[in-house]
Design a protein around this ligand. Structure first.
Ligand code: COA
Length: 333
């Protein structure tokens, strides 16, 4: 029988400091009411000075390994938009801090779709026989790239990390990753971007602009494309899996905006109450969002063993994707 990647462990973490909508409204021209009704967000977690993406990734990775009951993997893939440094990648340092010295480790950059991209890399490594176990982490500290004066992004993003351990198994086992479908369209690069800090700025021959250091998102332009691409990608992956929309027990979509998640469910014809939502508590944590929602859903019983789960995301690039898996009998680490 074909070899498949099977989800064997899940763990997540958020930094202790909570920033409520009311706290934001004390320094920005916004309100709890606007943020709740337009996005579904009530609060987000934010790192304290000195903490980094790597710190959150280590914690989430350790929890996922504990959940899987293992201390070893053959590959570490870290999805992040907010690496600790532009160079080197954050994954090798995370792997070493977890005790995985010598294991190949690298970062994947696909913004809010990053976890699905990393999941595909990990699942493919197992399917090809290059790895028996893979640690896939999504970790972000968007608070380090947000413009504190920009209410349209400061209200939305939060910090956090989530991780899963994949192991070699069979496609009909609970936890098996059934299919992953990914896509991108670089003509949308300017809609979700940090302009500064890269080769474009450094070779441009003009002094860097301070505002280019910050993350920018043309939210309205992105909204409908995000819904369309997530719905299309979901249909493709469901078809490849041989599932009807009525077969889907749970949708774990990237937590960009509760209105986006409900619109995707509606376009697919899946009841909105099948969507696992945790954006109210953590905001949009970009590449960390899906594994954080998986950990939350597993911890509070919204994900139960045997559930047929649809994952989907859209992010900067533009990038998007969807995946199908069955939920395993797993304790959150
Ligand atoms: N508080 C109060 N008003 C705000 C605000 C805030 N935090 N953020 C934006 N506004 C204002 C805007 O300035 C605008 O004012 P104007 O009409 O005077 O110009 C008004 O609210 C409407 O803005 P708009 O962007 O149309 O709001 P929206 O309903 O589209 O919601 C987002 C904004 C960002 C929440 C929404 O567009 C969104 O979620 N977009 C998709 C994000 C996404 O999927 N990203 C990809 C993955 S991360």
């Amino acid at each position: 029988m074909t070899r498949a990647a099977v989800l064997a462990g899940v763990g997540a973490t958020v930094p202790p400091r909570v920033v409520t909508n009311d706290e934001l409204a004390r320094r920005l021209d916004t309100s709890d009411e606007w943020i709740r009704t337009r996005t579904g967000i009530v609060q987000r977690h934010v790192i304290d000075p000195g903490m980094t993406t790597g710190d959150l990734a280590v914690e989430a990775g350790q929890r996922a390994l504990k959940s899987a009951g293992t201390t070893t993997v053959d590959l570490v893939v870290l999805a992040t938009t907010t690496p600790d440094r532009p160079c080197p990648a954050t994954a090798p340092s995370v792997a070493t801090r977890i005790g995985l010295v010598g294991v190949p480790a690298f970062d994947v950059a696909a913004v809010c779709s990053g976890f699905l991209y990393a999941l595909q890399v990990g699942a493919d490594a197992i399917a090809a026989g290059h790895a028996e176990r893979v640690l896939v982490i999504g970790a972000e500290t968007f608070s380090t790239i947000l413009d504190p004066a920009d209410r349209s992004t400061a209200a939305i993003f939060g910090d956090g990390a989530g991780a899963v351990v994949l192991r070699a198994g069979q496609p009909d086992e609970p936890g098996a990753v059934r299919h992953v479908q990914l896509g991108s369209d670089g003509s949308m690069a300017d809609l979700i971007t940090v302009r500064g800090g890269g080769a474009e700025e450094r070779s441009g021959g003009r002094p860097p602009l301070p505002e280019d250091a910050y993350f920018r998102m043309a939210g309205k332009s992105v909204f409908f494309t995000a819904v369309r691409r997530m719905a299309e990608s979901s249909r493709t992956v469901l078809e490849r899996t041989g599932w009807q929309v009525t077969d889907v027990d749970r949708v774990v979509a990237h937590q960009a905006n509760v209105r986006i998640i409900h619109a995707v469910a509606e376009q697919l014809g899946i009841p909105a109450d099948r969507a696992v939502i945790n954006i109210d508590r953590v905001g949009n944590t970009s590449a960390a969002s899906i594994p954080l929602a998986l950990a939350d859903g597993a911890a509070d019983g919204r994900l139960t063993p045997g559930d047929r789960v649809l994952l989907t995301a859209f992010g900067g690039g533009a990038t998007w994707g969807a995946a199908t898996l069955t939920w395993p009998d797993v304790m959150v680490g």
